[in-house]
Design a protein around this ligand. Sequence first.
Ligand SMILES: Cc1cc2nc3c(=O)[nH]c(=O)nc-3n(C[C@H](O)[C@H](O)[C@H](O)COP(=O)(O)O)c2cc1C
Length: 199
Amino acid sequence: MLSKPAETLRDVHPLIRDRWSPRAFDAGKPVSKDDLISVLEAARWAASSNNVQPWRFIVATADQPEAHAKALEGFNVRNQRWAKNAPVLVIVLARKVTDEGAANGIAPYDTGAAVAQLILQATALGLTVHQAGGIEKDKIRAAFNVPEDTDILVAFGLGYQADASVLPDDLAEREKTPRARKSLSDIVYTGAYGEKMRF
Ligand SMILES: Cc1cc2nc3c(=O)[nH]c(=O)nc-3n(C[C@H](O)[C@H](O)[C@H](O)COP(=O)(O)O)c2cc1C
Protein backbone atom coordinates (compact mmCIF):
# COMPACT_ATOMS: atom_id res chain seq x y z
CA MET A 1 0.00 0.00 0.00
CA LEU A 2 1.16 3.51 -0.79
CA SER A 3 3.09 5.08 2.10
CA LYS A 4 4.38 8.64 2.44
CA PRO A 5 6.59 8.91 5.52
CA ALA A 6 7.40 12.43 6.67
CA GLU A 7 10.92 13.70 5.99
CA THR A 8 12.16 15.21 9.25
CA LEU A 9 15.38 16.86 10.44
CA ARG A 10 15.46 14.48 13.39
CA ASP A 11 13.56 11.31 14.16
CA VAL A 12 9.95 11.59 15.24
CA HIS A 13 7.75 8.84 16.57
CA PRO A 14 6.88 6.39 13.78
CA LEU A 15 3.15 7.11 14.29
CA ILE A 16 3.76 10.76 13.44
CA ARG A 17 6.17 9.92 10.63
CA ASP A 18 3.85 7.43 8.96
CA ARG A 19 0.46 9.11 9.38
CA TRP A 20 -0.91 10.62 6.24
CA SER A 21 -4.35 11.20 4.75
CA PRO A 22 -5.17 8.70 2.02
CA ARG A 23 -8.49 9.21 0.29
CA ALA A 24 -8.63 5.58 -0.81
CA PHE A 25 -10.65 3.58 1.73
CA ASP A 26 -11.42 -0.13 1.62
CA ALA A 27 -15.23 -0.17 1.63
CA GLY A 28 -15.24 -3.92 2.23
CA LYS A 29 -13.22 -3.88 5.45
CA PRO A 30 -15.15 -2.65 8.48
CA VAL A 31 -13.56 -1.15 11.56
CA SER A 32 -14.11 -3.39 14.59
CA LYS A 33 -16.16 -2.07 17.48
CA ASP A 34 -13.11 -2.44 19.72
CA ASP A 35 -10.95 -0.31 17.41
CA LEU A 36 -13.68 2.28 17.07
CA ILE A 37 -13.92 2.52 20.84
CA SER A 38 -10.11 2.79 21.11
CA VAL A 39 -9.90 5.75 18.77
CA LEU A 40 -12.79 7.51 20.50
CA GLU A 41 -11.14 6.90 23.87
CA ALA A 42 -7.95 8.50 22.53
CA ALA A 43 -9.99 11.61 21.76
CA ARG A 44 -11.81 11.53 25.09
CA TRP A 45 -8.52 11.62 26.99
CA ALA A 46 -7.17 14.72 25.28
CA ALA A 47 -6.27 17.75 27.37
CA SER A 48 -8.66 20.69 27.31
CA SER A 49 -8.83 24.13 28.81
CA ASN A 50 -10.30 23.81 32.33
CA ASN A 51 -11.05 20.19 31.40
CA VAL A 52 -14.24 21.39 29.73
CA GLN A 53 -14.03 18.66 27.04
CA PRO A 54 -15.98 20.63 24.43
CA TRP A 55 -15.66 17.99 21.69
CA ARG A 56 -18.63 15.99 20.49
CA PHE A 57 -18.67 13.32 17.78
CA ILE A 58 -21.47 11.97 15.62
CA VAL A 59 -20.45 8.53 14.38
CA ALA A 60 -22.00 6.58 11.52
CA THR A 61 -20.87 3.12 10.45
CA ALA A 62 -21.48 1.40 7.14
CA ASP A 63 -23.27 -1.52 8.81
CA GLN A 64 -26.10 0.97 9.35
CA PRO A 65 -26.52 2.08 5.74
CA GLU A 66 -29.17 4.70 6.46
CA ALA A 67 -27.07 6.44 9.11
CA HIS A 68 -23.98 6.18 6.91
CA ALA A 69 -25.81 7.71 3.95
CA LYS A 70 -27.09 10.53 6.15
CA ALA A 71 -23.58 11.34 7.37
CA LEU A 72 -22.21 11.12 3.83
CA GLU A 73 -24.70 13.79 2.79
CA GLY A 74 -22.92 16.07 5.25
CA PHE A 75 -19.77 16.02 3.08
CA ASN A 76 -19.69 18.31 0.07
CA VAL A 77 -20.09 16.64 -3.30
CA ARG A 78 -16.36 16.62 -4.06
CA ASN A 79 -15.53 14.97 -0.76
CA GLN A 80 -18.36 12.45 -1.05
CA ARG A 81 -16.42 10.87 -3.90
CA TRP A 82 -13.90 9.40 -1.46
CA ALA A 83 -15.86 9.53 1.79
CA LYS A 84 -18.48 7.09 0.51
CA ASN A 85 -15.96 4.24 0.80
CA ALA A 86 -15.02 4.97 4.40
CA PRO A 87 -16.69 2.42 6.68
CA VAL A 88 -16.86 4.97 9.48
CA LEU A 89 -17.88 8.60 9.05
CA VAL A 90 -17.51 11.03 11.92
CA ILE A 91 -18.76 14.58 12.28
CA VAL A 92 -16.74 16.69 14.70
CA LEU A 93 -18.49 19.27 16.85
CA ALA A 94 -17.31 21.73 19.48
CA ARG A 95 -19.57 23.20 22.14
CA LYS A 96 -19.12 26.98 22.28
CA VAL A 97 -20.20 27.08 25.92
CA THR A 98 -19.14 25.27 29.05
CA ASP A 99 -21.52 23.02 30.98
CA GLU A 100 -22.17 26.11 33.14
CA GLY A 101 -23.10 28.19 30.10
CA ALA A 102 -20.00 30.40 29.96
CA ALA A 103 -18.51 31.24 26.55
CA ASN A 104 -15.67 28.89 25.62
CA GLY A 105 -13.66 30.43 22.78
CA ILE A 106 -10.94 27.85 23.04
CA ALA A 107 -13.25 24.94 22.17
CA PRO A 108 -12.03 24.52 18.56
CA TYR A 109 -8.41 24.34 19.75
CA ASP A 110 -9.25 21.64 22.27
CA THR A 111 -11.35 19.73 19.77
CA GLY A 112 -8.56 19.77 17.19
CA ALA A 113 -6.20 18.35 19.79
CA ALA A 114 -8.69 15.57 20.56
CA VAL A 115 -8.96 14.70 16.86
CA ALA A 116 -5.15 14.67 16.56
CA GLN A 117 -5.00 12.10 19.36
CA LEU A 118 -7.76 10.08 17.71
CA ILE A 119 -5.81 10.04 14.45
CA LEU A 120 -2.60 8.84 16.07
CA GLN A 121 -4.50 6.04 17.82
CA ALA A 122 -6.06 5.13 14.48
CA THR A 123 -2.59 5.05 12.92
CA ALA A 124 -1.37 2.76 15.69
CA LEU A 125 -4.22 0.37 14.85
CA GLY A 126 -3.36 0.35 11.13
CA LEU A 127 -6.31 2.57 10.28
CA THR A 128 -6.31 5.78 8.27
CA VAL A 129 -8.26 9.03 8.63
CA HIS A 130 -9.11 11.66 6.04
CA GLN A 131 -10.55 14.91 7.34
CA ALA A 132 -12.82 17.25 5.42
CA GLY A 133 -13.45 20.92 6.04
CA GLY A 134 -15.54 20.78 2.90
CA ILE A 135 -18.83 19.91 4.52
CA GLU A 136 -22.45 21.06 4.41
CA LYS A 137 -22.85 22.60 7.84
CA ASP A 138 -26.47 23.72 7.47
CA LYS A 139 -27.47 20.28 6.26
CA ILE A 140 -25.63 18.62 9.14
CA ARG A 141 -27.18 20.94 11.72
CA ALA A 142 -30.67 20.17 10.47
CA ALA A 143 -30.21 16.46 9.84
CA PHE A 144 -28.60 15.73 13.21
CA ASN A 145 -30.34 18.35 15.38
CA VAL A 146 -27.08 20.04 16.30
CA PRO A 147 -27.90 22.87 18.72
CA GLU A 148 -26.89 26.46 17.97
CA ASP A 149 -24.43 26.54 20.89
CA THR A 150 -22.34 23.92 19.11
CA ASP A 151 -20.02 24.52 16.14
CA ILE A 152 -19.75 22.02 13.33
CA LEU A 153 -16.01 21.89 12.60
CA VAL A 154 -15.10 19.07 10.23
CA ALA A 155 -16.01 15.55 9.28
CA PHE A 156 -13.70 12.64 8.60
CA GLY A 157 -13.61 9.16 7.19
CA LEU A 158 -11.99 6.35 9.14
CA GLY A 159 -11.09 2.94 7.80
CA TYR A 160 -8.44 0.82 6.14
CA GLN A 161 -6.42 2.14 3.24
CA ALA A 162 -7.19 0.74 -0.18
CA ASP A 163 -5.35 0.86 -3.47
CA ALA A 164 -5.63 4.26 -5.18
CA SER A 165 -7.47 2.55 -8.05
CA VAL A 166 -10.71 2.66 -6.01
CA LEU A 167 -10.73 6.43 -6.54
CA PRO A 168 -11.82 8.53 -9.52
CA ASP A 169 -8.82 9.26 -11.79
CA ASP A 170 -8.08 12.78 -10.54
CA LEU A 171 -8.10 11.70 -6.89
CA ALA A 172 -6.04 8.58 -7.64
CA GLU A 173 -3.44 10.88 -9.19
CA ARG A 174 -3.48 13.20 -6.14
CA GLU A 175 -3.01 10.19 -3.90
CA LYS A 176 0.47 9.79 -5.38
CA THR A 177 1.65 13.40 -4.98
CA PRO A 178 4.42 13.84 -2.41
CA ARG A 179 3.55 15.34 0.96
CA ALA A 180 5.01 18.80 1.52
CA ARG A 181 5.54 21.02 4.53
CA LYS A 182 6.93 24.46 5.28
CA SER A 183 10.40 24.29 6.82
CA LEU A 184 10.86 24.57 10.60
CA SER A 185 12.50 27.98 10.05
CA ASP A 186 9.36 29.18 8.31
CA ILE A 187 7.12 28.37 11.27
CA VAL A 188 9.32 28.71 14.35
CA TYR A 189 10.40 32.17 15.49
CA THR A 190 12.67 33.33 18.25
CA GLY A 191 12.92 36.78 19.80
CA ALA A 192 9.96 38.23 17.91
CA TYR A 193 7.34 37.26 15.43
CA GLY A 194 8.90 36.68 12.03
CA GLU A 195 12.47 36.28 13.32
CA LYS A 196 13.20 32.85 12.09
CA MET A 197 14.84 30.32 14.32
CA ARG A 198 17.68 28.56 12.49
CA PHE A 199 17.94 24.80 12.46
C1 LIG B 1 -9.18 20.70 9.05
C2 LIG B 1 -8.87 19.94 7.79
C3 LIG B 1 -9.72 20.06 6.69
C4 LIG B 1 -9.46 19.32 5.53
N1 LIG B 1 -10.37 19.38 4.50
C5 LIG B 1 -10.21 18.56 3.45
C6 LIG B 1 -11.24 18.48 2.46
O1 LIG B 1 -12.27 19.15 2.53
N2 LIG B 1 -11.04 17.62 1.43
C7 LIG B 1 -9.92 16.84 1.32
O2 LIG B 1 -9.83 16.06 0.38
N3 LIG B 1 -8.93 16.89 2.25
C8 LIG B 1 -9.06 17.72 3.31
N4 LIG B 1 -8.10 17.76 4.30
C9 LIG B 1 -6.86 16.95 4.17
C10 LIG B 1 -5.64 17.83 3.95
O3 LIG B 1 -5.62 18.29 2.63
C11 LIG B 1 -4.35 17.06 4.31
O4 LIG B 1 -4.39 16.74 5.67
C12 LIG B 1 -3.11 17.90 4.01
O5 LIG B 1 -2.95 18.06 2.63
C13 LIG B 1 -1.85 17.29 4.58
O6 LIG B 1 -1.69 15.98 4.10
P1 LIG B 1 -1.40 14.77 5.10
O7 LIG B 1 -2.56 14.72 6.08
O8 LIG B 1 -1.38 13.54 4.22
O9 LIG B 1 -0.11 15.04 5.80
C14 LIG B 1 -8.31 18.49 5.45
C15 LIG B 1 -7.47 18.40 6.56
C16 LIG B 1 -7.73 19.11 7.72
C17 LIG B 1 -6.82 18.96 8.90
